[in-house]
Design a protein around this ligand. Sequence first.
Ligand code: CMC
Length: 428
Amino acid sequence: MADKKAQLVIEGAAPVELPILTGTVGPDVIDVRGLGATGHFTFDPGFMATASCESKITYIDGDKGVLLHRGYPIEQLAEKSDYLETCYLLLNGELPNAEQKAQFVSTVKNHTMVHEQLKSFFNGFRRDAHPMAVMCGVVGALSAFYHDSLDINNPQHREISAVRLVAKMPTLAAMVYKYSMGQPMMYPRNDLSYAENFLHMMFNTPCEIKPISPVLAKAMDRIFILHADHEQNASTSTVRLAGSSGANPFACIAAGIAALWGPAHGGANEAVLNMLDEIGDVSNIDKFIAKAKDKNDPFKLMGFGHRVYKNRDPRATVMKQTCDEVLSELGINDPQLELAMRLEEIALTDPYFKERSLYPNVDFYSGIILKAIGIPTSMFTVIFALARTVGWISHWKEMLSGPYKIGRPRQLYTGHEQRDIVDLKDRA
Ligand code: CMC
């Protein structure tokens, strides 16, 4: 894998030879692991030019707008696959055959319920708590219930934990919503598909069970597929870092949920709708575009820009199509959509956004579809977390099934040199 070499010349020292590693696709990387022996470290806050691990799960070409899961383009997965099949692919490396798929779906369905005692946790939260705050708590709490699958060195335990997480996330997400609404929590129904079951637990009540619209279930499933994984983003890297210390999978996923919550990451889908609310009317767009460009104003156009995509976000293209399908099927004429489309149009032609390659990302459209489905804004990031859990756990499993070290970055220290404590009475 390493045939080319890079040479680093440090003034006053002998040149250091660094191997260059080549992946299957994508840029080569300079292997700096040996650099520590020279007494130097690399400095790259925000990982602008640093690969944190080797992975076989997901590949992104940000310039071409390509996203592949185990080699398959996201557009094909969204069209020809379904979420549980995509989960199988991410977790196992290959798409399942019919028998493997039936077995996997049945295994996931066997794990959809959560321990009854877990319900007690909800009562400790205020009803108006943000759903992501509750999710961090209840997902972390799973490690207090499933002791039989916590040995991270046992591949079977890792497998069971992965399935448990994929199976229980819709149940927990719907429980969080029902708790916030003061409605009874709904048990999962294993005769329904993954997406149908989620919508059933979200919107049905014990006194009224309505059939789930196939159009909405398909849109929900597609949203899950589009959010399933995205290589080494902030939350996935958080899961890997937490996992590298030997923490149990439920604790690691809770850490991932916390990292996802921020508005620069998964919290952006909620922030997009809040922003559209704030803009209010097409006539105000220019004012907000000016704010987004003003370096003295912290306002950013939510749902625009991406660290890796510098052309288009392929997930956004599929999401926009789904958005059009859902809105026309439901006959919704959403003024916010009109506002969003106008905003997109202006941003795409404005030199500020063009020069910086700021295109609409997946979160720009997902919120509009989720809103049309009837999901409240505060639940948007929970849906992202539900769908991303399979990506997180696939990366966690990949890391643990090969050689790995605890993640321990170094720093460029710019604080005080050593100094002595002055007695309190003598301090200025
Ligand atoms: N609105 C206005 N200006 C922006 C925006 C934006 N949304 N995004 C980036 N910029 C500007 C930024 O100010 C900088 O300008 P300059 O070069 O003059 O200083 C330039 O574009 C480069 O941006 P950056 O902040 O250095 O880029 P980054 O890679 O560190 O940040 C980002 C990427 C996604 C955090 C950022 O674009 C952003 O905050 N976008 C809005 C939040 C958002 O939609 N997040 C969802 C990301 S997709 C879902 C996911 O994977 O989580």
